[in-house]
Write a protein that binds this ligand. Structure first.
Ligand code: MRU
Length: 363
């Protein structure tokens, strides 16, 4: 997508600097656009763990490039490469794409462990995954566009209103996004669209990242406090909800940013379609029972206790909760498949249930 007229992606490789890759520092947006060159597998680990990058597909691609650096650091030792893989997997537990990105690199090394060519093969694998995620996102956009066109043609009002949660745009992927891809495509197709952006406490990925993305593409939007969506749905102000996913079980239960489930409940109560947009790389075919098996990341208390804001010249953290009050900070929740209208994937629209998902994935 474009930032001030220049095409950008969230992660890229520069052949002039062969033992590194580049990311946008998502902690600084929307106040400052800064690029970080990652030149060690340790920094790749930190980038994922401390959320310099975030969003399921981008976590996967970052992990694949992190594995490339791990191989470059020790190309001849499969043991040390495997140890690095186990280490990287611990960076963030919830998004299945982390394991997927790591496995993609390990698989090509296992095909033929030649030592001298390991580096090259690991890099090729990371670059290929990056390209695949771009293509998957664009196709999600195309399939989602068909749904948005139908919704728009059915209504008499002047604009289509979509509610989204967290950031599932190009920053969370490599380009286009998942939940935002259909919105970008609809905007390009001339459908007047307005997006209600949940601020997404505690880290405010909606308010800080989704709103920034939409503003850069010139798409009409309003940032809303997380508790507002239900009222908007009751008032008929939302035509559809579209969110992303960090891991979707084979049964179609969706693990996504905390607060997603409550939006799905409100959508069901108000007969508002609730779509989840995701690349098939986010479906965990081994997860049968999300409620029993999902590892829900718990993050640092300070994400809730403190808030970061812009003073006009720099960002500052201030405390908003008494030091004596304990906090609880789960990063994700689980939306049961029964609340999901459909999964928008790169292969098309899939029903959120096991037989449909199996058929869809040819399993
Ligand atoms: O904690 P984050 O910011 O990594 O969580 C991201 C989300 O929950 C996104 O909505 C999800 O990864 C889908 S991204 C395309």
């Amino acid at each position: 997508m474009y930032v001030d007229g220049t095409p950008k992606t969230s992660i890229w490789y520069d052949p002039q600097k062969p033992f590194s890759f580049n990311i946008i520092d998502q902690r600084k947006l929307p106040f400052s656009f800064e690029i970080i060159e990652i030149s060690s597998s340790e920094d790749a680990f930190l980038a994922i763990k401390d959320m310099w990058v975030r969003g399921a597909p981008l976590i996967g691609v970052t992990a694949a490039f992190g594995m490339y650096l791990a191989v470059a650091e020790n190309p001849d030792s499969i043991q040390s490469i495997n140890e690095r893989a186990e280490y990287l997997k611990k960076a963030r537990p919830t998004a299945v794409n982390l394991e997927y990105g790591i496995k993609r690199v390990l698989d090509v090394l296992q095909e033929e462990n030649t030592g001298s060519r390991n580096k090259e093969k690991a890099l090729d694998s990371a670059l290929k995954l990056r390209e695949e995620e771009i293509s998957r996102s664009e196709k999600i956009g195309d399939h989602g566009l068909e749904i948005l066109k139908r919704l728009y043609n059915k209504k008499s009002a002047a604009r289509l209103n979509i509610l989204t949660h967290c950031n599932a745009g190009w920053l969370a992927c490599v380009d286009y996004g998942t939940a935002l891809a259909p919105i970008y495509k609809a905007h390009e197709a001339g459908i007047p669209i307005h997006v209600y952006v949940d601020e997404t406490r505690p880290r405010n990925q909606g308010a800080r990242l989704t709103a920034w993305e939409l503003e850069k593409q010139g798409i009409s939007h309003s940032v809303i406090p997380d508790n507002t969506g239900g009222l908007l749905m009751q008032k008929g102000m939302v035509d559809a909800v579209i969110v992303g996913s960090d891991r979707t079980s084979i049964k179609g239960d969706v693990i996504n940013k905390i607060g997603t489930y409550l939006k799905a409940l409100a959508a069901k109560d108000n007969k508002v379609p609730f779509y989840v947009a995701l690349p098939t790389s986010t479906i965990d075919i081994n997860m049968k029972d999300a409620f029993a098996e999902a590892v829900i990341e718990q993050r640092h208390d300070d994400e809730v206790r403190m808030i970061e804001g812009w003073t006009g010249s720099h960002t500052e953290n201030v405390q908003i909760i008494a030091s004596e009050s304990p906090v609880l900070n789960y990063g994700f929740d689980i939306t049961p498949s029964t609340l999901v209208t459909g999964l928008i994937t790169e292969e098309g629209l899939c029903e959120a249930n096991e037989p449909s998902i199996r058929k869809f994935l040819n399993l």
